[in-house]
Ligand binder design. Structure first.
Ligand SMILES: [Mg+2]
Length: 441
């Protein structure tokens, strides 16, 4: 996975001055200004299911928490984004649903779906992209900026002989390709499809033919088409009347695709980008949207602290901790004393690259966060069960053999340890306000 390297320039048209303020980290403003506690220097990332809502009903603590987060004019008093791994609807649909459920006006720009970071991949927006998933995938792709999109169904209709698993869907008579679809140049996996066998077959076909289904499979060692995937959750948790049910998620579909590709070619399937929690890409995007909110509101303090509130250890807590690790390492590179400390601990002075060397790798302001920390807070209103026996050492319970994270995310027990465990989201907000000594005007 190439992470953020291919990022395009600019998500929304910010003025040069606004960008300068948004990327103020380079100017070293933190620690040099007096802190105005009536204005926030922190932002909040809320998971949705199990934290704010259960199904279509609000969790009572969420309404209480939002009464602290919104002023009498209905405006947020701190920057807030909602980060979900859901991906089968438009962000404006999710914003409208949340506004209705929570009774607070939430803008589409505050909602980050698993596919939202695709807005940054402008270099693919004019290429012919095959999309896989369910729901309004063509509309979602268009909304993200893609202009030349084809679906699995369109591909199947043009090449009816390729989808052969379901005997009832096979063409009754010999048929040749119909239609004239352009050559596929990249593949975007939005979420788990309905007919897995069809999607697996046609995606493998596209990868092995370089996007031209009229040609034969090439299984020798050549790079395959760029592949971008959203939502790596191996399982989805569904609340039924008596328990939580774990069902296959998009991560399971990716496991199938990766293994089929490897079995056929002997090579690893490689992703251009993986997004959705716990990917750092999603947190970079969240941090950027939080900075934009602070700028729009003309809050003067840089947003230096982020708090991510969630109910899932493997996505919300792992993701927040992983991003926090990135922010700490980045901060260390800018701080000679911290560099020396890390270098001493590592027994070397050569391990840490110069900050300019690293920052030159990034192509846009997304890579220049003002945040210096991202703290994780686990709530007990969702999939996390505080009554389950909690071992004192994460090594005891989470063995690498049952690690449910994605193949490309390394196993590390420290990443699933929350900064705080609280009863619910109201308690989380109270703790954050107390830690930040924040009292809205
Ligand atoms: Mg959740």
């Amino acid at each position: 996975m190439r992470g953020l390297l291919p990022l395009s320039r600019g998500l929304c048209a910010l003025s040069r001055a606004a960008r300068a303020r948004a990327v103020g980290f380079r100017g070293g403003f933190y620690g040099t200004q007096s802190i105005n506690k009536a204005q926030p220097s922190f932002g909040l990332l809320f998971d949705i299911d199990g934290v704010l809502v259960r199904g279509r009903l609000p969790i009572p603590a969420a309404k209480k928490a939002f009464s602290k987060l919104v002023n009498s004019q209905g405006q947020f008093v701190v920057p807030v984004v909602f980060v979900t791994n859901a991906g089968n609807c438009l962000r404006q649909t999710k914003a409208a649903q949340l506004s209705h459920i929570l009774g607070v006006q939430i803008a589409p720009d505050q909602v980050i779906m698993s596919h939202s970071p695709l807005r940054m991949f402008k270099k693919y927006h004019n290429k012919c992209v095959l999309v896989s998933g369910q729901g309004p995938v063509l509309e979602i792709a268009k909304n993200l900026g893609f202009n030349n999109v084809i679906s699995i169904d369109m591909l199947r209709e043009s090449f009816p002989l390729l989808d052969m698993v379901d005997h009832n869907r096979r063409p009754k008579l010999p048929s040749s390709p119909v239609g004239n679809l352009p050559k596929v140049e990249a593949v975007v996996l939005f979420g788990e499809p309905i007919r897995w066998e069809t999607n697996l077959q046609l995606i493998i076909d596209v990868l092995l033919t370089g996007g031209n289904l009229s040609s034969v499979h090439q299984t020798q060692k050549t790079p395959h088409l760029p592949l971008l995937a959203c939502n790596m959750d191996l399982i989805r948790w569904l609340k039924c009347c008596y328990c939580l049910l774990s069902r296959f998620g998009h991560g399971t579909f990716l496991v199938c695709l990766e293994n089929i590709y490897k079995k056929i070619t002997g090579e690893e399937l490689k992703y251009e980008a993986l997004m959705g929690k716990p990917s750092e890409l999603t947190y970079h995007f969240a941090e950027y949207l939080i900075r934009c909110q602070a700028m729009e509101r003309e809050w003067k303090n840089p947003i230096t602290s982020l708090y991510a509130i969630g109910d899932n250890l493997m996505t919300d807590i792992y993701g927040a901790n992983l991003y926090n690790r990135y922010l700490e390492e980045r901060l260390a590179r800018t701080n000679p004393k911290a560099v020396a400390k890390i270098a001493t601990a590592a027994g070397s002075t050569a391990a840490i690259p110069e900050v300019d060397e690293v920052e030159n790798m990034w192509e846009s302001e997304f890579a220049l966060p003002s945040a210096t920390s991202c703290k994780s807070i686990l709530v007990c209103t969702g999939v996390y069960n505080p009554k389950a026996e909690v071992p004192t050492d994460a090594h005891q319970c989470i063995k690498e053999t049952v690690f449910h994270g994605h193949r490309d995310f390394r196993f590390d027990p420290a990443l699933v340890e929350p900064g705080h465990i609280v009863k619910d989201v109201f308690e989380a907000v109270e703790i954050i306000f107390e830690q930040e000594k924040f009292s809205p005007q």
